[in-house]
Design a protein around this ligand. Sequence first.
Ligand SMILES: *[C@@H]1O[C@H](CO)[C@@H](O)[C@H](O)[C@H]1NC(C)=O
Ligand SMILES: *[C@@H]1O[C@H](CO)[C@@H](O)[C@H](O)[C@H]1NC(C)=O
Length: 555
Amino acid sequence: MSPFLLLQLWACLGAAITENSHNTQNCDASTFTAPDVPSAKVLSITAEERRNVDMPAAPGLLNPITDLNFCDIKVYLTHPGTNDKVLVQTWLPLSEDLWNGRFQATGGGAWATGMLDIGLGPAIASGYAASSTTGGYPFDFFSADWMLHKDKSINWDLVHNFATRSLADQVYVGKSLAEQYYGHKPSYSYWNGCSQGGRQGYMMAQRYPGLLDGVMAAAPAIRLPSVFLFGIWPIVAMNEAGTLVSNCEFDWFASKALEECDMLDGAKDGVMGDPEACTSFDPLNYIGQKMECSGLEILVTEAVAEAVRRVHQGPTTPFGVNVFQGAPYGTPLNAFLSITIDSNGVRTLNDPSMLDTFPRTILLRHSKFNFNVSKLTASEYFSLWAQADEEFGWILNSDNSDLSAFRDSGAKLLSWHGTNDHTIPHRNTITYRQHVERDIGGAKAVDDFYRLFLAPGVGHCGFGVGPAPKDPLEELIAWVERGEPPETLASEIKNQEGELVTRNLCRYPRTPKYLATGGMNNASNWGCEMPDGEEEGGFAAELKDNLKQAGLGLD
Ligand SMILES: *[C@@H]1O[C@H](CO)[C@@H](O)[C@H](O)[C@H]1NC(C)=O
Ligand SMILES: *[C@@H]1O[C@H](CO)[C@@H](O)[C@H](O)[C@H]1NC(C)=O
């Protein structure tokens, strides 16, 4: 055979191989048949090829993304017996060589069931086939009016979509469309979300085991009705203590807590490694001390110190019953609350209406026109709390701690939560994880399929002063696909001096300890330590199991 012919044959073979590995269908509505969705009927499918799409930074999208090429498929479906019309949007990398072979269901945020393009863009940029959903109402982070019918009664069909049903629908639809387009099923399927999206991830694990191989759920809004009311607690606590506390004063107390407790992890680095270890701090010890706000020297009064103590204690009834965890000392509280103090010492609560959506719209159905969150008393607040629990807890709490079916499916749940989260206290996630340990047979058994990492100094879904996880979804993939469970989570942040600070976040219940040599900014110089008195899988867990079997388990 002449070298020329051989070359031609090779070229032909090469072309054949390329053809075979690119059997992607046309991005066209006629390519797709209605996906089989157990609870819904598909109404329509459209598909549009989109090339060189740029996405600017937006709320919920920190970094701009450029040059995306994907097939944009819109599936409208309805749940028989309801009048809903739900959009499930699926983006598929345009050709198989742009696809990493995986499917990713992206979560929502605040009042949105899904974030649509804001969630889909980053997933596509990383090579995933991805889906998102409206849940049957127009996208809106901040309004809950969709939850009411025109006559102000609750639209339970949409609540059902938001709570559970639409989450599974988007997985059925997305996986099916990917299979139809590429000619084979995704190799693995994941959930990826934070906050509301984190709650949804936990819901997928609790309610739909077997649909996904892995769930990455950060800062989950477990006990969502309580989380919404938790945001108002500082106002109630201050009303009860008889004084407002300005942001400046809160910040001063946060800095005092840090001064007292920063060194407990062995390093004075501006981050408390374990806020639970900060037990000595008490705002009441600071009564009479001086600080400066708005050029004014202010003495800490008993009322201000008491208000700060109550705020951090978390919602606690006038009878002393604590119904929800508080954010630890050192957590900045000024994200939703703006309280200023002027040069005459007059404190003003600036418009707190962002906090009142849930009670005003949903609990009161807009019925009390004089409802004013800034005047809420403890007794009004706790009666709203009871109503929220009673009316919505059963469908929105997402706190079923029996994860045995999820465990048996072989799937993994990876979760992380910042310890300076002012929106959802990390202790809420710890409580849930402890309930799972109680129900599943101790910490070690739970670590086989569900791991939690706390991120010191990190705020809600990121932000704050501590290093946040770099790519937790990649670490979940290593666990699911290669059997490498994460012992720590790689994290980083640029500090105020512009230096890179790295940490390997410790697996709950371990806490970080500086090894006392080498640079504090370098993760290699830190270790993780089990809390005192608790031994891994040891006596304490065994004792708890025995008590549980004897019907004496503690809640
Ligand atoms: C709520 O009460 C505060 C304090 O009295 C007042 O400044 C504010 O305007 C009221 N807000 C509404 C929406 O009525
Ligand atoms: C961090 O410390 C390790 C161990 O001392 C060292 O090998 C590594 O180079 C350090 N990394 C940086 C970025 O300084």
